[in-house]
Design a protein around this ligand. Structure first.
Ligand code: UM3
Length: 121
């Protein structure tokens, strides 16, 4: 498996948490998924859908990503996600996050193997 795909799963996939997250969800998950090691990653989204459904987004038409590349794709349906945003005044290594569940269409970048490697929005 290519590193981009592995990193996407590590940083963005949490298929098995079906219930609404509690307020500690992001504090625990951002640490567990290694996004607080060198620095506190400021914003990160976890997707609570199956890997099959998230990979299928790569079959949607290509659209422009925020970085100007054209390998992004938008999900047809809304997906269950949780946004983690670093709180003001939070200092490494004590990374503290606000946990915000949401349902929305997501945009992912896919590589040549048609697997997600980045979450664009
Ligand atoms: N990011 C999210 N959710 C958002 C916006 C940004 O997870 O709603 C992440 C994805 C990028 C990073 O990390 O912020 C910079 O845009 P990634 O490339 O590891 O997916």
């Amino acid at each position: 498996q290519e590193s981009g795909a592995r990193k996407f799963k590590q940083q963005h996939m949490d298929s098995n948490s079906r219930h609404l997250p509690n307020s500690n969800y992001c504090n625990k998950m951002m640490k567990k998924r290694k996004m607080t090691v060198d620095a506190c990653k400021p914003v990160n989204t976890f997707v609570h859908e199956s890997l099959t459904d998230v990979k299928a987004i790569c079959n949607q038409r290509n659209i422009r990503c925020k970085n100007g590349q054209n390998n992004c794709h938008k999900s047809r349906s809304s997906m269950r996600v949780t946004d983690c945003r670093l709180t003001n005044g939070s200092r490494h290594p004590n990374c503290k996050y606000r946990t915000s569940p949401a349902k929305r269409q997501i945009i992912v970048a896919c590589d040549k193997n048609r697997v997600p490697v980045h979450l664009d929005a």
